[in-house]
Design a protein around this ligand. Structure first.
Ligand SMILES: Nc1nc2c(ncn2[C@@H]2O[C@H](COP(=O)(O)OP(=O)(O)OP(=O)(O)O)[C@@H](O)[C@H]2O)c(=O)[nH]1
Ligand SMILES: [Mg+2]
Length: 360
């Protein structure tokens, strides 16, 4: 029987990087891991393309949270288990999501008993973002409604992975771990760095040797605070092709991200996760993230040379009204193309507010 784990956790906390890092540890142990990438939106997801490009056994479930597509989820899990022989299947949920303990774990346990061995339910947390609900109450230019989601994601977790500890001093890591252990005593808490591959062995041993206790946790799913938090967010997915005389693909993408940042900042809005992946004619890629308008770009991959063309997927999960976000993204792309003297072919765009009228 395959083991299955869901990684929840806020936008940009490192769910995707974490799933890949744990898959590496499992591979080193001679075990086969699979990654199921889940997000809202129809298609063109950076995370799915990136995990596949990196060579992981991965597929995606798009269009909605796995909470609401149980049959599709079970089909994919069975395929990984039966056709691919995966020992461990990781999946995430959209970074604004809560409630998967109920909607995924309890549903699988009730309707598909004995099919999948469920690891403890995980929340991945970014220490920077956590400062919003820590005693210092840091102002990260996010709406206060968001605090409900941060807290609910941690309340629901059986395991909390404090990620990005490479960015902290050992003293600060201990301080944050202490805050999590005291505030969320139901969870086993581990400090990890998905990027530097530290702390993974211990956390993985725990996940592999414990089963979910399927706790019943009331996090106010669907209530007033939940709706208020979700209402602040919009999703944007675009796929386009850039054609030039030879141009700097990294520079183009960095300029685009900076133009988007500037547009959002001028409007007093923010973007918990803006990410782009670009692929040149030879199959080389760039991949870059911005986890808020106040931070620096983080590159996971860069192109090594200039290119005459670039296929780009751009995803934004923003704190912004969808119509305004659409305008900001469109302006930024056209302006960047103008500055670089390149031609654009836009093949796919979708933009929606989480609670927009007429979406579903
Ligand atoms: N310094 C550091 N950066 C990390 C670590 N893990 C992830 N990141 C970076 O954080 C950013 C977001 O990581 P992702 O793995 O895409 O986060 P995510 O939770 O999957 O994001 P969404 O799917 O959008 O919710 C990327 O720029 C990563 O490179 C880490 O351990 N240390
Ligand atoms: Mg992700």
């Amino acid at each position: 029987m395959s083991r299955y784990v869901v990684f929840g956790g806020f936008l940009g906390s490192g769910k995707t990087t974490g799933m890949m890092a744990f898959a590496d540890v499992l591979a080193a142990r001679g075990k086969k891991a699979a990654i199921l990438v889940n997000d809202l939106g129809a298609k063109n997801l950076v995370d799915g393309s990136f995990t596949a490009w990196k060579g992981y056994l991965s597929r995606d479930i798009t269009g909605d949270c796995i909470c609401y597509q149980t049959e599709n989820l079970v089909d994919q899990l069975r395929r990984f288990r039966d056709a691919d022989g995966a020992d461990m299947i990781f999946s995430d949920i959209p970074g604004c999501g809560i409630g998967a303990l109920d909607h995924v774990y309890h549903k699988l346990n009730r309707d598909y008993p004995g099919e999948f061995s469920l690891c403890p339910f995980v929340a991945v947390v970014d220490p920077e973002r956590l400062r919003v609900i820590m005693p210092e109450h840091a102002d990260l230019h996010l709406p206060t409604e968001m605090e409900y989601l941060f807290d609910a994601q941690l309340k629901e977790a059986e395991v909390i992975l404090l990620n990005k500890t490479d960015l902290l001093t050992p003293e600060r890591t201990d301080e944050v771990l202490d805050f999590l252990r005291k505030g969320y005593p139901q969870a086993a808490v581990f400090g990890i760095s998905a990027k530097e591959h530290t702390g993974l062995e211990e956390a993985l041993d725990y996940l592999m040797s414990h089963d979910s206790s399927l706790p019943a946790v009331d996090i106010g799913y669907g209530g007033r605070d939940f709706m208020a938090a979700e209402r602040t967010m919009s999703w944007y997915n675009r796929q386009f092709f850039v054609k030039g005389p030879c141009f700097d693909g990294n520079g183009f993408t960095a300029r685009l991200m900076d133009q988007i940042r500037a547009g959002l900042k001028a409007a007093g809005r923010n973007v918990p996760h803006l990410k782009a992946m670009g692929e040149d004619e030879e199959g080389n890629i760039l991949k870059v993230s911005l986890t808020g308008v106040d931070y620096a770009l983080e590159w996971a991959e860069k192109l090594k040379r200039e290119t005459p063309s670039l296929k780009v997927i751009l995803n934004a999960r923003a704190v912004c009204e969808s119509d305004r976000l659409d305008e900001i993204m469109d302006f930024a792309l056209r302006e960047t193309a103008r500055q670089f003297g390149v031609k654009l072919h836009i093949y796919f765009t979708e933009c929606f507010g989480m609670m927009d009228e007429g979406r579903v």
